[in-house]
Design a protein around this ligand. Structure first.
Ligand code: NOJ
Length: 494
């Protein structure tokens, strides 16, 4: 089996091997949690069944030109009608953990908390019961991007009223499902959602005003997260005994030239912006990190305007601080970062909105054989260590990590991806002492990959989207993952 990766365009003198070292033949800790992950809009389908209201993604994907080939999630994997079969797939993999999300508009068709759709509640109860019967515990994401359209019409995350409406939705989730759920995630990748939806225009609502709107959206997302955390603490924790976290995403940011102090600083700044924009208020100070404050102010100043970064009041800072029992982290790739003075010479990059704040992110580095992201296994080790050092004593769960291709059954590149990332992760845990407690592979099956529709596949199971029955077929990676989970690591003789 090939274990090498296609070489990215690297600066002279940069060796990608320097952190990899030997393959480690060892096992993960006995209580390490093995799982896989999905999200509601990406798999459920049944977009108008049993009283579900339309979500912003139903509407967005129906607008011609928003999604590749005008694909949409109307049927997706039809998980809504294949629930038992899908739980069996998880069980066949030997997993004891599964991460899924709840569709807000299946529970509250118009977002109005007084108008609950009982059939939506029944669906998730059936799923949770089925998982429990199979001995699988649920990690549940409350928001994975599919807001009721009726709330989208009122401005969605731009409207401050959303904060309390989200809290009421979460309250219903805790009341209805909390007896069966021990791990909650309030939000999935809120930074990505704000950037793609309000910066790059690729996701709903398709806008391109990150500094004007994205910053405000992020502000509301943080407050909404914090309120939901306190709600659980005050009204549910004692009885339900669960934990509440958040799933954040950041690339590992590697200095382009590790010997340059300027590049090293730019890379650290990039971490504090990409991860810290949410993680600082939640895990550290209650407020944005200085790098975000000065970064946004500098970009705004260049454009002749006052900083668009909203300020938290003292009380809000108190509300934000310490509002997660664990950190969910989605890792896909690594970025090369270099100092602003070098960046000037290169000119704008496709990531220039963030790059303006952090230094610059190498556009070349992003391209690669993997359709989406460049494959950089050692990035997972570096970042696991950075997180452990930056947020000491916080339990970390990798809530997503995966590889995209065109959906072939013999997915040996995905096998390599899992094998090498998990080995680097093992090194982080065993050799470096990183506090990573579990791993959820993205994804259980091929699904609707947002603006890429069904053209980009992340599944360990192939789904035939031309078949009305949406037949699932396991790929080579499913067998590999099952074996690794069974061994709980890498054996000496393999
Ligand atoms: C992160 C998102 O949470 C998920 O919805 C998406 O499919 C994967 N990344 C892959 O892009």
């Amino acid at each position: 089996m090939a274990t090498n990766f296609p070489p990215p365009t690297l600066p002279a003198g940069f060796s990608r091997d320097r952190q990899q070292g030997d393959f480690l033949k060892e096992s993960f800790p006995d209580d390490f949690a093995w799982g896989s992950a999905t999200s509601s809009y990406q798999i459920e389908g049944a977009h108008d069944a049993d009283g579900k209201g339309p979500s912003v993604w139903d509407t967005f994907s129906h607008e011609p030109g928003r999604v590749e080939c005008n694909h949409n999630g109307d049927v997706a994997c039809d998980h809504y009608n294949h629930l038992e079969e899908d739980v069996q797939l998880i069980k066949n993999l030997g997993l004891k953990h599964y991460r899924f999300s709840i569709s807000w508009c299946r529970i509250l068709p118009t977002g109005d908390p007084s108008n609950v759709n009982q059939k939506g509640i029944d669906f998730y109860n059936r799923l949770l019961d089925c998982l429990a019967e199979a001995g699988i515990s649920a990690m549940v994401t409350i928001y994975h991007w599919d807001m009721p359209q009726a709330l989208g019409d009122k401005g969605g995350w731009m409207n401050a009223e959303i904060v309390d409406l989200f809290k009421e939705f979460a309250r219903i989730c805790f009341e209805q499902f909390g007896g069966k759920v021990k791990q909650w995630l309030t939000l999935n990748e809120p930074m990505v959602f704000a950037l793609l939806g309000y910066g790059f225009g690729m996701h709903h609502p398709g806008q391109r005003d990150f500094f004007g709107k994205g910053c405000r959206v992020i502000h509301h997302l943080i407050l909404a997260h914090a309120k939901v955390y306190h709600l659980y603490e005050a009204s549910f924790k004692e009885k339900q005994n669960g934990r509440v976290g958040i799933a954040l995403c950041s690339t590992w940011n590697e200095p382009r030239n590790p010997n340059s102090e300027e590049d090293r600083q730019a890379a650290e700044r990039a971490m504090r912006v990409a991860m810290g924009w949410f993680a600082w208020p939640i895990f550290k100070t209650g407020d944005y990190p200085e790098e975000v404050k000065t970064g946004v102010a500098a970009v705004c100043e260049k454009n002749g305007i006052k900083s668009t970064l909203p300020e938290f009041t003292k009380e809000e800072m108190r509300l934000n601080k310490g509002t997660a029992d664990f950190l969910g982290w989605n890792y896909y790739t690594t970025s090369l970062v270099w100092s602003p003075s070098e960046a000037e010479k290169v000119g704008p990059t496709p990531f220039s909105q963030v790059a303006q704040i952090t230094g610059s992110v190498d556009p070349e580095w992003k391209r690669g054989k993997c359709m989406f992201f460049h494959v950089v296994p050692w990035g997972i080790r570096n970042m696991a260590n950075w997180l452990t050092k930056t947020f000491p004593s916080v339990d970390i769960y990798i809530t997503e990590n995966g590889y995209s291709d065109e959906g072939q059954l013999d997915d040996s590149d995905r096998v390599d991806f899992f094998r090498n990332h998990l080995n680097e992760l093992l090194k982080a845990i065993r050799l470096d002492g990183a506090r990573v407690k579990g791993y959820y592979a993205w994804s259980l099956m091929d699904n609707f990959e947002w603006s890429n529709g069904y053209n980009v596949r992340f599944g360990m199971h192939h789904v035939d989207f031309t078949d009305p029955k949406r037949r699932r077929t396991k790929k080579a990676s499913a067998d590999f993952y099952k074996h690794l989970v069974q061994s709980n690591g890498f054996k000496e003789n393999e």
